[in-house]
Design a protein around this ligand. Structure first.
Ligand SMILES: [Zn+2]
Length: 321
């Protein structure tokens, strides 16, 4: 990754490229500090017989929160960002939705920001369409957890109308029950209450949401993987096709520079930080031992890599997919 923004270009994979470039260009002008916009917003690779399309939504240069890591100083956090060649004036959180094309299934792993989280993100749908996909043909949407950057792409701004009315939306029963419990408001900080209000106003009225228990297979070769901590019912997704496997870890390790290199750091973004540490160590041990490649929702685009052990810690090798 570079510290200066590269010009946005298109590839033969994209149609409707000029409209895309024009809109992207105006957004970029308004946000000159964006550091992680990829040269192209689409990368595709195979896992067995399945094709994965990594589709970029945008980036959040998030200001530091108080105690972003409870057991590390901001100086140590900045040093870790520097080691990963990231700017240290803010936290760089790109958003990438992984799309699985397998047999008759078209599956999204989370839904993008829907342009409702930060002005420098919200490009998923235009990039999805430019890659030749049709929202009406999405068969399933797997939701890792209910933070806004993962679910606001399901609903239109203002009306909350469903963006994917034909898709089955699959979410862990633990996550669904936690956010739709009337008592959740007593457990949430003030700034998270509007999120729970929106979820409670919308999700129970939709007929196309399925609650998933445990590590059930939800489509041929696609299973939920329990990875709680970031939220109570956070899940990852494992794809197996032929002899190949691929993990969509989503926010199990949300920022490689922090959570992969320093797995024991207790993050302010994790609702139960100690449980999140246990989940990410368990997952990274599995990925390293079995050589399974991984996609993370906030990894540097194309959000793809391999995990290896590095003493008591881990390292993410970013391979161009
Ligand atoms: Zn997230």
């Amino acid at each position: 990754m570079t510290l200066t923004r590269r010009a946005f270009t298109t590839t033969a994979l994209l149609s409707g490229a000029s409209a895309l470039a024009g809109r992207w260009g105006s957004t970029a002008a308004a946000a000159a500090q964006v550091t992680q916009d990829p040269a192209t917003p689409l990368a595709q690779y195979k896992v067995g017989d399945a094709t994965i399309s990594a589709i970029y939504d945008g980036v959040w240069e998030r200001p530091y929160m108080a105690n972003v890591i409870a057991n590390a100083s901001v100086e140590d956090v900045k040093a870790a960002l520097g080691k990963a060649k990231l700017p240290d004036a803010f936290l760089t959180l790109p958003f990438t939705v992984s799309v699985i094309s397998s047999g008759d299934q078209l599956i999204l792993c989370d839904a993008g920001t829907g342009g409702q989280v930060v002005p420098t993100a919200g490009h998923f749908m235009e990039n999805f369409k430019a890659a030749g996909f049709d929202a009406a043909k999405v068969t399933k949407i797997l939701i890792s957890h209910c933070h806004p950057d993962h679910i606001y792409g399901l609903m239109e701004k203002g009306s909350n109308a469903p963006v994917f009315p034909n898709a089955e939306i699959m979410i862990s029963d633990a996550e669904y029950k936690w956010w739709t419990d009337p008592a959740v408001f007593n457990k949430l900080p003030e700034d998270r209450k509007p999120l729970a209000q929106r979820i409670q106003a919308v999700f129970p009225t939709w007929k196309n949401i399925t609650q998933v228990s445990g590590e059930k297979e939800v489509a041929p070769g696609v299973s939920f993987v329990e990875a709680p901590g970031h939220t109570p019912g956070h899940r990852a997704f494992l794809l197996a096709s032929g002899n190949a496997q691929h993990m969509f870890s989503n926010d199990t390790m949300y920022m490689p520079a922090l959570n992969v290199a320093h797995p024991d750091w207790l993050g302010a973004f994790d609702q139960d930080a100690a449980t999140a540490v246990a989940s990410r160590r368990k997952m990274m041990d599995r990925l390293a031992a079995d050589g399974i490649a991984v996609s993370g929702y906030h990894f540097p685009f194309p959000a793809y890599g391999k995990i290896a052990k590095d003493g008591a810690d881990y390292v993410l090798t970013v391979e161009k997919a």
